[in-house]
Design a protein around this ligand. Sequence first.
Ligand code: MLT
Length: 235
Amino acid sequence: MRLRVDLLPHGEYPDTVIVVDVLRATTTATVFLEHHADRLLFSGSIEESLDLKSENTIVAGERGGLAVAGFDLGNSPIEAGTGSYAGKTVVMNTTNGTYAARVASESAKHVLLGALRNAHAAARKAKSLAVEEIAIVCSGERGRASLDDTYTAGVLCEYLLAMGEFTLNDGARIALTLRRQVGDPIEPLSSSSGGMSLESKGLGEDIRFCARISESTIVPTLQGSTDGQVIFVSG
Ligand code: MLT
């Protein structure tokens, strides 16, 4: 089986994809489902999200790391972890993560959301679903490869290589080399451009939360996409 890491979302995924935006969209998405959200709806824009505001939705997301005006919540996993969302749809829109998930959902058979928080569970689920290829898609930072997502892809590759034989692409080799060089995730997450931006906004605690490995067995899984909105549920 092929194990491919794309340092940025390219599109054209024939089989199973794990989308990664460890700081913070895929970590926060996992936390919303841990706190009983019925489903996550990844919108295509801030306007679409605001149009979806209702008593049955929680509208969350960020620009520049901070909550968008009119949204109920920002994109902090710690903030998300303070509530319970039973009976609610959480509508998310962020700079990089929700975009990458929408790109993957255009072609892939299976799309999972992966982060350090659910790394082992996401790797196990991808291995159980894939037939020919597992693609780990890093969201990056505004069109540029990011240290934090690439490192997280390395952790996922490490788990997968313990589960079976794979043919690796260069992206996977880069991610694995990084992971094998640096054992503690705090360093690559904090020194990434996304991490430094969060720290500068007083959101350093989110980085330390996102750096905790395999504490959750929740794997947000693509249920489908309707009217351009991509839906994830707890898988
Ligand atoms: C993103 O999608 O760009 C990130 O999740 C942004 C953030 O959380 O600050």
